[in-house]
Design a protein around this ligand. Structure first.
Ligand SMILES: Nc1nc2c(c(=O)[nH]1)N[C@H]1C(S)=C(S)[C@@H](COP(=O)(O)O)O[C@H]1N2
Ligand SMILES: [Mo]
Length: 404
């Protein structure tokens, strides 16, 4: 961590309280993912100073749950997951996107201006969640960024439909997959090495909501999040939403680019015991992400007076599917109460849920939230299926509340 710049100053909870004068509420033993991270200097790139820096080479930055309360995640609270180095001085005016491949009828190159002029523009609110969000809780531990709960966001994305562009290029009958390439630079700085080149089956590529986007929240995309052009495919692991997009290839087989094979973004096809070795042929590519939710208000560590009820709210999402219900529990899952749940503003957007909670007596409480999707799948209360890289932890989120 922080091999280069050392942004995070390590400090014990007591000294944080002393330095900042903050009331650090029962901080010592908060549940996993709820602890208060050491003080850090302001993050660069305009990210909110409360975001957590996991790594600065490459940049990896996550949100805390209470930062994700907005229906549309603002740029300064949008997580960053980089596998390589940010391209130097990318420029929207000169950027181009090339489409080719063995299953393309033609090879075509478009500037961003040409994309805007030639095709209809669409905007959708789309959830991007890193496949490794929640990784920090697996045991045995998985290598990689130790994401807690904040590698997820739902912004408004604007661009053209990938399907309109693919149809303009022409798909051969044998087209089954697409793959992307971006302009980021391998950590080794070796120009022949590719940072990441993932893809999706043609069916996902041809969905209405699959965008080649140049705007996030009506602004140019922040450079860390892919300026000037990126793919956005809601509901699938974030790694399919290629940033700094400059090339797409149309494939007649499953795309075999960097991080499509091995343990990358793949899960054991059948569940395995924690720590098991899994043969390559027994690993399956992750597609739609599992149902999940966050409690975004109040912030964990809330202190309330006895007799007052507490408004609890957050978001829920379920990959390609809709969330059908959200429940909360204040007694460690013994009983659950139903929350009110909004419809998504469009397909693949997260859904707001809200409820009012009353606590029967004084003491320490946790509020747990549990979403279920329209297929009948609910979130597990503890960490689900272990896998080598620690993907798809969709266990219930919980916050601590002290009633006195
Ligand atoms: N070119 C490129 N695209 C990329 C990545 C990358 O490192 N390089 N990271 C991927 C991963 S693993 C995720 S989770 C998302 C994160 O998007 P964000 O950084 O905008 O949050 O981008 C994806 N697209
Ligand atoms: Mo990711």
């Amino acid at each position: 961590m922080n091999k280069r710049r050392g942004f995070i100053k390590r400090a014990g909870m007591a000294s944080i309280a002393a330095i900042s004068g903050l009331d650090v509420v029962f901080a010592d033993n908060l549940p996993e993912g709820m602890s208060i991270v050491g003080l850090q200097d302001d993050l660069p790139w305009g990210k909110d100073s409360e975001m957590t820096l996991l790594n600065d080479l490459p940049w990896n930055i996550e949100a805390k749950a209470h930062l994700l309360d907005d229906a549309v995640t603002p740029a300064d609270k949008f997580f960053v997951r980089n596998n390589g180095l940010v391209p130097e001085n990318p420029d929207a005016a000169t950027w181009s996107l090339r489409i080719e491949g063995e299953s393309a009828e033609n090879v075509k190159t478009y500037t961003i201006k040409e994309l805007r002029e030639k095709f209809n523009t669409y905007s959708y609110n789309l959830v991007i969640e890193c496949g490794g969000n929640g990784r920090s809780e697996f045991n045995p531990p998985a290598k990689g960024n130790q994401w807690t709960i904040g590698a997820v966001a739902c912004a408004k994305w604007t661009g053209v439909r990938l399907k309109d562009v693919l149809n303009d290029v022409g798909l051969k009958n044998d087209a089954v997959y697409i793959g992307y390439y971006g302009a980021d630079i391998h950590l080794s700085k070796d120009p022949s090495k590719i940072v990441i080149s993932r893809g999706v089956p043609i069916s996902k590529a041809l969905e209405d909501e699959t965008l080649i986007a140049w705007e996030m929240n009506d602004q140019q995309i922040p450079i860390l999040n892919g300026y000037p052009l990126r793919l956005v495919m809601g509901g699938w692991p974030g790694s399919v939403s290629g940033k700094w997009l400059n090339r797409i290839i149309i494939r007649n087989k499953v795309h075999d680019g960097e991080k499509m094979g091995g343990d990358s973004y793949r899960m054991p096809c059948d569940a395995v015991a924690p720590g098991a070795k899994v043969a390559d042929e027994d690993m399956c590519i992750i597609e739609s992400m599992p149902v999940k939710s966050l409690i975004t208000s109040p912030k964990s560590g809330a202190m309330i007076d006895r007799g007052k009820s507490l408004k609890v709210s957050g978001h829920a999402w379920a990959g390609d599917y809709k969330v059908s219900e959200v429940h909360v529990s204040i007694n460690f899952g013994s009983t659950w109460q139903n929350c009110s749940l909004d419809r998504p503003v469009n397909r693949l957007a997260w859904q707001r849920w809200t409820t009012q909670v009353s606590f029967p007596k004084t003491g320490y409480y946790e509020v747990w939230a549990r979403a279920a999707d329209e297929q009948g799948n609910a979130q597990p209360m503890v960490v689900p299926g272990w896998n080598p890289k620690g993907y798809l932890n969709n266990a219930c989120h919980r916050i601590a509340v002290q009633v006195s």
